[in-house]
Write a protein that binds this ligand. Structure first.
Ligand SMILES: [Zn+2]
Length: 79
């Protein structure tokens, strides 16, 4: 689970920000920079805008974990 130290520097997203709902496949390039979490194994990674998410071999999944599906956990905004 992602951690943070200073709660005044992060806030809960407004509902309707669809960036949190989309699942990305390995090697796809997300629209926004952020921290992404694999719905299968729970790994969290940072991803820059325009850079591909890790490929299929980011970690070996068991059959119960299913396929690699990246979902945005933290949306990074420009200052
Ligand atoms: Zn995974």
């Amino acid at each position: 689970m992602a951690l943070y130290k200073d709660g005044t520097l992060v806030r809960k997203a407004d509902s309707g920000l669809g960036a949190f709902d989309k699942e990305w496949k390995p090697g796809e390039t997300p629209d926004h920079a952020g921290i992404y979490k694999c719905s299968g194994c729970g790994d969290e990674i940072a991803s820059n805008k325009g850079i591909q998410l890790p490929s299929q071999n980011h970690r070996q999944h068991s059959t119960s974990q299913g396929s690699i599906r990246w979902k945005m956990l933290v949306f990074c905004q420009a200052g």
